[in-house]
Design a protein around this ligand. Structure first.
Ligand code: ADP
Length: 616
């Protein structure tokens, strides 16, 4: 049963590869076919013409006659070699394009995955397997080569059978007895075929064994590779370098790297041993075959059953025949083994986002009259069954500024993550204008929000590209947004203005401070100009002057938008119309600053007075 599956798998892989290659570069297959037909046919032209020339020399034909064949042989070789080189160059270029496109497919797919999925260890392992498989043993380029070799070998087998036919047809030389009789009879060829079959079978099992070892070592190394990548990143990532040096974590990290190295080395040593054993045995198999064919053809020649010229033809044709058949088996095993790597790739490409795909467009509403309501929402993260939010009920008041406060870990950021659909509620629903947000088209829905997360990220693009989050932008609006976010003065010092690259991954990239980065992130949110502005600890890295500056202009920044504002700075709540207090995943108070302060027992009062002590 397993064998049948394997066979089906191998054959279906060939078709899958053909389909994928046809999609990625339609010209590749026809060119590959012609290239391989020429590559397979050329040796036979030489074997055939070579044996004729040899016979002519033995038969003492005239030099002129012989030279005619020599010219044909040289001419044909010249044409075939040149055209093969040209075609090989072209198919090589196509093959590179195909490989690059598959790697692009993995990146595009990873970027399009639900954030929720990306957080799962299993998804990360899938991406890693698809990528590692495609970059090493199972890349589509290798499959293209195998496909090419498959075509070449099939053609080779046909040509060699054509040439070999004469070797097994008895000559009509009267009654032959003894060894000559046996060798002349068709069934003597059978003994040779049995030896060929034996050597092929041995090679087949040997290849399969090596392939399985290779697969096993790949599997054994996946986790070590991933961990190694993670820890190795610490060695050169200067953003992490500070903490590592301050806390002397170098030994800890080197220990991890060493351990992963050792694990990978053990696996790779085992693999090298398997390759060595396999290579010795396969050389022995070839020797057995060569000796058998020389004895067979040699005996026939000595016994006068075939001409001297045919020795060359038959020995070469036998070699090509075995090579063709052996190659076919080798390719079969190889495709079978490698199809698992391709399966990693296709499994990943077929991975479905789990988020409900809404299709509803979002109607344009004047005055940003978009109403959002959390209705009895509870939530736990995918990798932890403990509820982080429980029975949250809240309506965002259109055009108002809402502050969300609470202790660390109360669920404030999670509340925002649900609002912008990075995760779906475990229970309950979130409604936009009375309809579950799941039903809306995701991209349209996301256009409603300008968010600055606490752990926002900027990227090594230009300042303008970061603010626009796009390669195209409106220069004036970029400058305006940066100015509003308090980056105006610093912008004047930037060597290339808004075209200055940030971070050192790019040429002449400049380094920026945490506070400056935060201002750029705020500018990015302002540039997006969405009806909802969400700021999660937006001023945590700002100096008091910049912070005051942002608060002062908060009204102007937000205008008629609905704003949600998470902050530990309780004084900033005074800028807000509406305050929601989170505690252990539930909303414990909800009202205006003055209303909430009335009750001296409540959490808001405690948080407020705790901080007021230091600011009084
Ligand atoms: P806050 O913003 O109020 O400080 P969060 O919403 O960030 O709190 O976190 C609430 C709880 O959820 C915390 O206990 C935190 O450990 C947990 N949490 C946050 N992110 C994740 C995650 N990706 N996976 C599992 N648990 C998480």
């Amino acid at each position: 049963m397993e064998h049948k599956n394997e066979k089906q798998n191998t054959i279906s892989t060939v078709f899958k590869v053909i389909k994928l290659v046809k999609k990625l570069k339609p010209d590749y297959l026809p060119f590959l076919l012609i290239t391989k037909l020429i590559a397979a046919g050329q040796p036979f032209v030489n074997i055939y013409l070579g044996s004729i020339i040899l016979d002519m020399i033995v038969d003492r034909n005239s030099v002129n006659e012989i030279m005619q064949y020599v010219y044909v042989m040289v001419g044909l070789n010249f044409i075939l070699t040149l055209s093969r080189w040209g075609l090989e160059f072209l198919t090589g270029v196509f093959r590179r394009i195909i490989t690059e496109r598959t790697s692009q497919m993995i990146s595009e797919k990873s970027l399009s995955l639900d954030y929720e999925l990306l957080e799962k260890k299993e998804t990360l392992a899938m991406i890693h397997k698809a990528e590692a498989g495609m970059n090493s043993h199972g890349d589509i380029g290798t499959f293209c080569d195998l496909l090419g070799r498959l075509i070449e070998r099939i053609f080779k087998i046909f040509c060699s059978i054509g040439l070999l036919a004469g070797l097994f047809i008895p000559v009509k030389a009267g009654k032959l007895s003894g060894l000559a009789g046996f060798m002349n009879a068709g069934y003597s060829g059978l003994s040779l075929l049995i030896i060929i079959a034996f050597t092929l079978l041995a090679a087949f099992y040997l290849n399969r064994w090596t392939g399985k070892q290779e697969q096993k070592s790949f599997e054994d190394n996946v986790e070590s590779n991933r961990r190694f990548g993670y820890f190795y990143n610490f060695v050169w990532n200067y953003a992490l370098g500070k903490d590592i040096r301050l806390y002397r974590m170098d030994d800890m990290i080197m220990d991890e790297i060493d351990q992963d190295h050792k694990r990978m080395e053990t696996v790779s040593n085992k693999m090298t041993n398997s390759y060595n054993i396999s290579s010795i045995i396969s050389n022995l198999i070839v020797i057995v075959f060569e000796v058998a064919s020389y004895i067979y053809v040699g005996l026939k020649t000595i016994l006068g059953l075939i001409s001297i010229g045919s020795v060359l033809r038959y020995i070469s044709a036998l070699r090509e025949f075995r090579d063709g058949l052996g190659g076919l088996l080798d390719i079969y095993v190889n495709i079978g083994i490698r199809s698992r790597y391709l399966a990693y790739f296709s499994d990943f490409m077929e991975l479905e986002n789990q988020k409900h795909k809404g299709t509803l467009p979002i109607e344009k509403r004047y005055g940003n009259r978009y109403e959002i309501e959390f209705r009895d929402v509870s939530f736990h993260y995918p990798n932890n069954s403990e509820m982080v939010l429980s029975h949250v009920n809240i309506k965002l008041r259109v055009g108002q500024k809402m502050a969300v406060v609470g202790k660390n870990g109360a669920g404030k950021t999670t509340f925002i993550k649900l609002l912008c659909r990075l995760y779906e509620p475990t229970e309950g629903e979130i409604l936009l204008n009375g309809i579950n947000i799941k039903e809306y088209d995701y991209n349209e829905y996301m256009r409603l929000f300008s968010i600055v997360f606490q752990d926002f990220q900027l990227f090594s693009f230009s300042l303008a590209e970061n603010v626009a989050a796009s390669l195209e932008y409106n220069k004036n609006r970029i400058e305006h947004s940066l100015e509003k976010a308090g980056f105006g003065e610093r912008l004047k010092d930037m060597p290339g203005g808004i075209d200055t690259n940030i971070y050192q991954m790019r040429e002449n990239g400049v380094e920026i401070s945490g506070g400056e980065a935060q201002k750029i992130a705020i500018a990015r949110a302002l540039y997006k100009n969405s009806p909802f502005v969400v700021l999660d600890e937006p001023t945590s890295a700002l100096d008091p002057v910049s912070e005051y500056d942002i608060y002062k202009r908060f009204d102007e920044l937000v205008k008629d938008k609905t704003a949600i504002y998470i902050s530990h700075r309780m004084s900033s709540c005074r800028f807000c119309d509406h305050i929601v207090v989170f505690d252990e995943g539930t909303i414990v108070q909800d009202g205006s600053h003055d209303e909430l302060l009335k009750d001296a027992e409540n959490l808001y009062h405690q948080l407020w007075t705790a901080q007021a002590q230091y600011y009084a």
